[in-house]
Design a protein around this ligand. Sequence first.
Ligand SMILES: [Zn+2]
Length: 144
Amino acid sequence: MKMGPTKIFLTDLQWQSMESHVRARFPREACGVLAGECSRVHWVAPVTNVDESLNRFRMDPQEQLDVMLRIENEGVSLLGIYHSHPRGPDNLSESDIQEAAYLETAHLVWSPDVEKWSCRAFLIEYGTVREIPIHITGQETQSS
Ligand SMILES: [Zn+2]
């Protein structure tokens, strides 16, 4: 069985773009996608959360389809799905684990810290959750 990435490499800019997105959507949950190859993120894309509740997310189906087509067209992989927990916790909820649509991918959770937001990444393997490291690099990844 294919598993998700065992670590995530992303750039400062990618980190900042996700952070500003989840911050802008506060107090609602924000969600989006990370695409790339192996463990290295090529791009991140915010996706509209169409769930009106404050503690769940559901991607806008058309935007989700568009982003999956872009991934396929570029020959990259879906590396991760990110979403925010505006009131915490900083890990996956029971419903996140049960409702995860993509299992061969990392699940990133953003939550507000004292002054900034933090992000943790997890894999869901056979119903159990394992944290994986996120490495932030200073350089923009070249995409072909
Ligand atoms: Zn969640």
